[in-house]
Design a binder for this molecule. Structure first.
Ligand code: SAH
Length: 355
């Protein structure tokens, strides 16, 4: 390679893409000094696009029923030890009420793939929330559905959709997802984008056998798809899954991927994920300093928080929503940023229809 890691980082900062081998080269050779430079370039990029603002999203984990069987996930169908729950519409609306009063203007509705929430039921829920809180954005994160279903939910008023691609390596994807296909995951993301959603892709760092080549594929996929949002978190093993004895991802490796994603999609909305906050007491703050600009505090009822256990030692499972809101604000300020409670749409697009 003619160029050094630092040359390549500057090139990425300027041009927002590299060849696969160049990404692999960076990952293979990143030392402390170039890592520091990477984080500085990433932070500079986010400040150019979003200033020091950090957008807040209220996360409502409304069902842990799931028909899929992803090897890494604590709420996978085969885990018979999970105490399954499904919130009622009234419960969900109560979370929204509390969230709205705390100032949230984005609600992220996340669940396992629970088909009790049919096209119609989910549409009704979205309409109810939008009727009650006209000025909020609704983000869905409920997995793979048909084009028609996504379209119906968009028409009901959902404007954003998070569906991590999980890994862009075909072989690793196949190994991790016995009940899903790589092709369909990507087709879903393409469909969501075509319908007009602000879309969120993303991946886990530190999956078993994941190589720098695999991670380079994740970066290339992000560069090609140009999602509005990119969720990147460490894989954290869960004891009741087939991957219980895996090593899992590290904070450091995750921060590197967040920073690289920031350089690839300069105007992206990148969460400092709960998973990175669960691995390190200041994980989310470190992610903000590496280019992230979104946090997603929990609004789920305390009664169910521990039951939505995707991975071990998830943070904030015992805290009231108001406490989470206050805690994260202190953390964000201490890290040198400011809380922004607005909807925080992607700056890239003026949505055709402003829901
Ligand atoms: N069913 C929805 C929501 C999935 S849960 C969907 O398919 O999109 C949200 C995210 O949690 C997943 O996309 C996955 O990337 C992450 N996740 C699941 N298990 C995890 C684990 N053990 N460690 C870290 N992240 C995990």
């Amino acid at each position: 390679m003619d160029e050094t890691v630092q040359d390549l980082l500057v090139r990425l900062y300027t041009h927002h893409n590299l060849e696969k081998e160049q990404f692999v080269f960076i990952l293979d050779h990143l030392d402390d000094e170039s890592k520091k430079m990477l984080f500085e370039l990433a932070n500079k990029t986010r400040i150019e696009h979003y200033g020091r603002r950090v957008f807040m999203r209220g996360l409502i984990e409304f069902s842990n029923l799931c028909k899929q069987d992803c090897l890494y996930c604590g709420i996978r169908k085969s885990n018979k030890t999970v105490d399954r729950y499904r919130l009622s519409f009234a419960d969900i609306l109560a979370c929204c009420e509390e969230g709205y009063n705390l100032g949230y203007r984005t609600f992220v509705l996340q669940s396992g793939e629970d088909f009790w929430f049919s096209t119609e039921r989910m549409s009704e829920l979205i309409r109810l929330i939008k009727k009650q809180y006209e000025d909020v954005a609704i983000t869905l994160s409920v997995g793979e559905r048909s084009y028609e279903t996504y379209q119906a939910w968009y028409e009901a008023g959902a404007s954003r959709y998070l569906l991590r691609h999980e890994t862009a390596s075909p072989a690793l994807y196949a190994a991790m997802h016995p009940t899903m296909t790589f092709a369909n995951r990507r087709a879903c993301l393409a469909n969501l984008k075509q319908i007009g959603y602000q879309i969120g892709a993303g991946f886990m760092v530190g999956l078993p056998e994941q190589t720098h080549e695999d991670l380079a594929l994740d970066l290339l996929y992000i560069a090609q798809l140009q999602p509005h949002m990119i969720g990147i978190g460490p894989f954290i093993p869960h004891h009741a899954t087939p991957l219980a004895d895996s090593k899992g991802g590290t904070v450091d490796d995750t921060l590197v991927m967040v920073a690289l994603a920031r350089l690839i999609v300069p105007d992206g909305l990148l969460p400092a994920t709960t998973a990175i906050g669960s691995l390190h007491p200041r994980g989310r703050e470190l992610a903000l300093q590496a280019g992230a600009n979104v946090v997603m505090p929990n609004l789920s009822p305390i009664m169910v928080r521990e039951k939505y256990e995707l991975y071990e030692n998830k943070i904030c499972t015992g805290d009231e929503s108001a406490a989470c809101r206050a805690c994260i604000e202190v953390r964000i300020s201490a890290a040198g940023y400011t809380v922004d409670m607005q909807r925080g749409d992607s700056t890239r697009i003026t949505p055709l229809r402003f829901f």
